[in-house]
Design a protein around this ligand. Structure first.
Ligand SMILES: [Zn+2]
Length: 68
């Protein structure tokens, strides 16, 4: 099984777009539920981990972007 590893600060590209047209979300909190914020409109939502994992198209890890 290939279980995606989700960390706070990661940016997730989802298969389904937000109504605002953006499909990229930033992870704010990780637990049994995961809180993400839309990069387009800033609206946040909480999804069960299992449901979110199925909706992920691509993960952009926070570590790569914080490289100085
Ligand atoms: Zn949005």
């Amino acid at each position: 099984m290939n279980i995606p590893k989700i960390n706070v600060g990661d940016r997730l590209e989802l298969k389904k777009k937000h109504p605002c047209g953006t499909a990229v979300f930033t992870v704010m909190r990780v637990g049994s539920d995961i809180r993400i914020v839309c990069d387009g409109c800033g609206r946040d939502m909480v999804l069960p981990r299992e449901k979110l994992e199925k909706a992920i198209k691509k993960i952009h890890p926070a570590v790569d972007e914080e490289h100085e």
